[in-house]
Design a protein around this ligand. Structure first.
Ligand SMILES: [Cu+2]
Length: 243
């Protein structure tokens, strides 16, 4: 039975429940994203904390301020992540990059909309189908990524290859002979990386838990090689090519 002094917005409104559930799942998805990254990413940790805090606030209070704060935060999350998300969504074969991204985007959009709809008390009967559609989309993301990762290309190491082990989003410094070298770049991380070598046209995608063979001719000198995934700016190695 509802208390006689029920607040302005109905505390049991279906959209409010969707907002709370969406925020709670968003918090978990952002924590999971960091677990697969094996590191704490300050922005992601910040959003996870905000999402968790908002979930508690909206659950306790159906006030328009709480609901609109949830909406606005979710919208900011989606927009701020769009450049990185667009890249990750183009590479479903890297499950650990794709699934947290697709999940966070779906949840972000749902929370952004549900917070406003709960405040406006509009279309309550659409809440349940919307939540079901969101769950379906998240599940579809997992299936698509699973299929893509199983069929992902994975190179085998061959004799004479220079092995570059990639762990914890880190590129080691290397010393190699001049001429044509074949690098066997073994990505031990679950997440995707790329490899670009300054002064060459090498620009290779390396899905999570796969390896790539990359042949490149190098003159003596020093070359910087990097991963250009957004947020991986610290992934810089130096290749010293002996004469
Ligand atoms: Cu990377």
């Amino acid at each position: 039975m509802k208390p006689p002094h029920a607040s302005d917005a109905d505390p049991t409104s279906p959209w409010q429940r969707v907002t709370v559930a969406g925020l709670a799942m968003l918090c978990l998805a952002l924590i999971a994203a960091q677990v697969v990254n094996t590191s704490i990413i300050p922005e992601v940790a910040g959003f996870a904390t905000v999402a968790g805090g908002l979930a508690i606030w909206v659950r306790r209070s159906a006030s328009p301020i709480a609901l609109l704060a949830a909406s606005a935060s979710a919208a900011v999350l989606v927009v701020a992540n769009l450049p990185a998300a667009t890249e990750n969504l183009r590479h479903p074969e890297s499950v650990a990059s794709f699934v947290p991204t697709s999940t966070a985007i779906v949840l972000g959009v749902v929370v952004a909309a549900s917070g406003v709809l709960a405040t406006a008390r509009r279309a309550p009967r659409a809440a349940r189908p919307t939540a079901a559609a969101a769950a379906g989309l998240i599940g579809l993301g997992v299936v698509v990524a699973g299929i893509a990762s199983v069929s992902a290309h994975d190179d085998r190491q061959q004799g004479g290859d220079i092995v570059v082990d990639v762990r914890d989003s880190n590129y080691p410094d290397l010393t190699v002979p001049a001429g044509t070298n074949t690098f066997y770049v073994d990505n031990h991380d679950l997440i995707r990386h790329t490899l670009l070598i300054d002064g060459t046209d090498v620009d290779v995608e390396i899905p999570g838990s796969t390896a790539r063979r990359i042949a490149v001719e190098l003159e003596p000198g020093s070359y910087r090689y990097i991963c250009d995934v957004i947020g991986h700016e610290a992934m810089v190695g130096v290749m010293t090519v002996d004469g």
